[in-house]
Design a protein around this ligand. Structure first.
Ligand code: URA
Length: 223
């Protein structure tokens, strides 16, 4: 059995992480093949909807903004939708809110941005950075769901009410539910942590301490 088949077989019985043997460590090409599995699946997934026209956002976007980062991370951050900078660069959270998020990931979780996975409920920029509508979020949801099916994280950290409502499929007040974990409806083993959106914290700096508290809960959960 090859490395990829072994990884698949292990995953089927619930083993998601293995330590590389001395032999694999000495064979970086084989180790890389092992690592590439989810990346390849994501690439195939992304190319399947790079020309998506399911909602009106396709008319004004520059490009579809896919998730990025480490698809083997136990943590996936989910935001709302790309803004201007993201629409230009084709990567999520690369503007001011993204820089704030990166700094908190480093400071609280002790991780680099590339070590976690970051994506959005809506993959195209709404004009003028307005909130995506429920029908735009619904049209995009199958893409996010497949992304999460491939990554199988331990926890999905929703940044803001729009992301949380997209993932959990119900409305709530973020100030009341932030800091709580909920089961992900499509796989209750995966937990959903709700917290504030970084752009909200930049507008309301007093929310920073709550965000730090929530990220500390996330860190504790991951262990
Ligand atoms: N805000 C989001 O919700 N997502 C991004 O990618 C950037 C800003």
């Amino acid at each position: 059995m090859g490395v990829r088949e072994t990884a698949k077989a292990l995953e089927e019985i619930g083993i998601r992480e293995v330590y590389l043997t001395e032999k694999l460590r000495k064979e970086p090409a084989k180790a890389e093949t092992f690592q590439k599995d989810r990346r390849r699946l994501l690439e195939e997934h992304f190319s399947s909807f790079k020309n998506c026209t399911k909602c009106e956002l396709h008319r004004s976007r520059s490009q579809v903004v896919f998730g990025d980062g480490n698809p083997y991370s136990p943590i996936v951050f989910v935001g709302e939708a790309p803004g201007e900078e993201e629409d230009i660069q084709g990567r999520p959270f690369v503007g001011r809110a993204g820089r704030y998020l990166n700094s908190k990931i480093e400071e609280i979780l002790g991780l680099k941005r590339e070590e976690v996975y970051i994506t959005n409920v809506c993959k195209c920029r709404p004009p003028g950075n307005r909130k995506p509508t429920p029908s735009e979020i619904n049209a995009c949801f199958p893409y996010l769901k497949r992304e999460l099916d491939i990554i199988k994280p331990k926890v999905i950290c929703c940044l803001g009410a729009t992301a949380g409502e997209g993932i959990l499929g119900k409305k709530f007040s973020i100030t009341k539910v932030r800091g709580n974990f909920y089961p992900y409806p499509y796989d209750p083993k995966i937990k959903v942590l709700l917290t504030y959106h970084p752009a909200y914290i930049l507008r309301n700096p007093s929310a920073d301490k709550d965000f730090v508290e929530d990220l500390n809960k996330l860190k504790e959960f991951i262990g």
